[in-house]
Every structure is written in C-alpha cells, then in structure tokens.
Design a protein around this ligand. Sequence first.
Ligand code: 9W1
Length: 425
Amino acid sequence: MDFKEGQYKVRDLALADEGRRLIDWAESRMPVMMALRAKYRETQPLKGYRIAGCLHVTKETAVLVRALRDAGAEVAWSGCNPLSTHDAVAAALADEGIKMYAWHGLNTEEFYWCIEQTLGINPNLTLDDGADLIFTVHNKFPDLVPGVIGGTEETTTGVHRLRAMAADGALRYPVIAVNDAETKWDFDNVYGTGQSTLDGIIRATSVMLAGKNFVVAGFGHCGKGVALRAKGMGANVIVTEVKPTAALKATLEGMRVMEMDEAAAQGDIFVTATGIKDVIVKRHFESMKDGAIVCNTGHYDCEINLGDLESLGGTKRTIRDNNEEYTMPDGRRLYVLAQGRLVNLAAAEGHPSEVMDMSFANQYMSQLRLAEMHKSGTPWENKVYDIPAEQDQEIAMVKLRTMGIGLDVLTPEQIEYMDDYSAGT
Ligand code: 9W1
C-alpha cells in the first residue's frame, strides 16, 4: 500500500503509468466531458472550491475528476464500492495530485476511513454515487454542514433516500439529483446495461448468441436494452413480464412474451433484469435444457435463487472465471455466471465510456450550478433539486455534434404553426 498522510492511500503508485493510459483511452471516448473541460479550463468557475467525491474509481470517473480539477477545484476522492476501484486509475490520479483514498477490495472499516480522509479537505461541495458521503457528513461530521454549499447524487437509490430525508426535514444542504436527468438514467439503463450485459455473458462463456433462445426477465429500461442488443446479435428473444404495458411493448418490438414457467424449458440463455427477487426458482431449474446459461443484471444477486439450485443436489465445478457448472442428478448441466451477481459488472467493465460521458457531464454541470448558485448569493433550500430540462438537451446536442450528427431547426413559421390554435388542426 502507498500512503502519504493528507495526500493519498492507494494500492501501488507504480501502477500510475498503466492508469494514465487507461484514462487517456477513456478521454478519447468521452467528447462531451472533454469539451466541458476545455471550456472551463479558461474561466475557472470552480476556483476556490473544494470538492469531496465518492464514486467508483474508474477510468471514466478519472475523466470527471480531471475536468473538475482543471476548472479550478481542489479535489479529494474515495471509491463508493469496495470492488469497483481500479487500482491503476487510483494510482494515476494520486500521482497527478488528487487526494485519492481508494483501493480494490478494502473492507467496511477502510471504506469509511477513506471517506473520512476526503472530508479532511473541509469540502464545500460533495459529489456522490450512493449518498454515502452526504450521509457521513450529516451523521458523523455535522460540524462540516455549515461549510457545504450543496451536493450532487448519481443514483436512483441515493436520490430516493435523499428525498425521504428532505421530506423529514433532515437534509441540511441542497442536493441535485443527477440520476433523474434523461441523459443519465435513460442512456445508462438502456444502452449501458444493454451492451455491458452481453459483453459480460460473452466474456464469461464465449457463447454464440445467433440462433439462441435468449430469455430476458423484465422489460424495463435495462431489460429492454439487453433484449434489443441480443436481438441485434441474432438471438430469438423471449421476454417475461408482470406489467401489461411492458409486455405489450416487448410484443410490438417483435419479441415473444410468455410466462417464465414456459420460457424455462425453451431458453438457452437467461438474463434477469427485474429488480425483484426469486425470478428464477427451483421449478424453473428443474425444467431447463442441458447447457442452459443463467445470469443476472438486475438487483444485486437475489433474482436467481441459487439456494434452490444447490438444493437440487447436483455437483458443481468452476469452468472459468465467472462461469460455474451445476450438474443435476439427471445429468443436465446448467451454467451460472458471476454467481448470480451483476454480470455486466462482475464479468465485464460496467457501462462503456461513451455512456458515462453523458452521466458525468450531468454530474459536472451540476457541480458548476451549485458553485454558480453560491456566487450569486441566493442560497437554495435544503431539498433535492432536479436537473433543468435544458441541460439534457444541451448535453445531447454536444454529444451529437461530436458524433458529426446535424439536426434540423424549426423555422419561425413552423413554430408559429405548432402554437396556432385559431384555425383548428
Ligand atoms: N461508474 N465509472 C465495476 C458500477 C458497481 C463497476 C459498479 C461506472 C463507470 C453501474 C456504475 C469491474 C466500473 C464499475 C467498472 C467495473 C455500478 C455498482 C459504471 C455501471 C454502476 C454497484 N454500480 N457503472 N464506468 N462497479 O460503469 O463509474 O468493472
């Protein structure tokens, strides 16, 4: 471990060069962040601001960190998940002077120790993925609250909890809900999860998707992303659902919709993406075909009931990383990927950089908004704020421009026509 008091604690600083190459690669895929970084390097809107961040230490996050620093901020960072920290990335950022406290596989005590170290900069802005930093400031370091202008939160769960906190009058500084931006949740869930889930399945199995019966449980945003990508790879997609409108959408997308009890016997590959537990249980394992592959990209590891699978009394062996074979007493072999945990994170690398580009542009612009609010001298209320709708359009427009895609513009006559209510339709 490399530790310098008040500066960093990372696995191994010697990994910095490897980390820099990965971050440079991510930069080449994140044009919106790079445009924002170049723009605000000039005007330094974050000069004098101290940001404590708690978010997965990945090559994409490093691009966000560099952009915050280049806008003038002093930045201290910890990871928000014990397993998502990329040690080479952490080393590179520490080497660049970011106060970095993160390493892969730290325990719970170390996790909170890292968060507390970042609070040592006496932050006036917080940046969260899961709200651990906001909670730590509120519960353990209330003396810091008066100095904090506001915070930003990345996730659905975090935003939900912060809204509950605000409703109880317990939230003590304003927070912007980054998650609720359309350019965040819609693209993360559909295109991020869609690609990374297939990526994880392929890395763990090298299986061919074309011609397979590919069962997707749940046709929410994540399920839809997975189903569309699988279809594009030539699979026969079967969707299972509990919600009538979702089932109807899947049907009209050309997918077969049926009960899991029926799909279980037909599927070659199963992906759960429902957010609820016990989607695949004992009776499903009992009717699956020899060779069936089962994995989850939904809510943690409870969607596939592995206890049920173990209870069928077969034998188990590891085929390769993230791929375990269960041989049933009747000789059928079933394959479980990543032990039923999120296959897109465990067996692949999370969302592609191109998707994180937009999520992090929302984080970045929200931090700027908090600093602007502070400079204008009109403080906000202690509640959860939404991203302005114009910010979504702005981010999407920059993304399109960097992709070389042009848009038509409404003429004044067209706008007048749209708004006209004098002559009927
Ligand atoms: N976030 N940069 C694992 C990611 C764990 C993870 C998690 C992402 C990114 C969903 C954020 C093994 C990156 C992250 C790589 C990796 C997430 C949990 C990103 C996808 C969300 C619980 N949640 N995310 N890249 N681990 O992709 O910051 O590889």
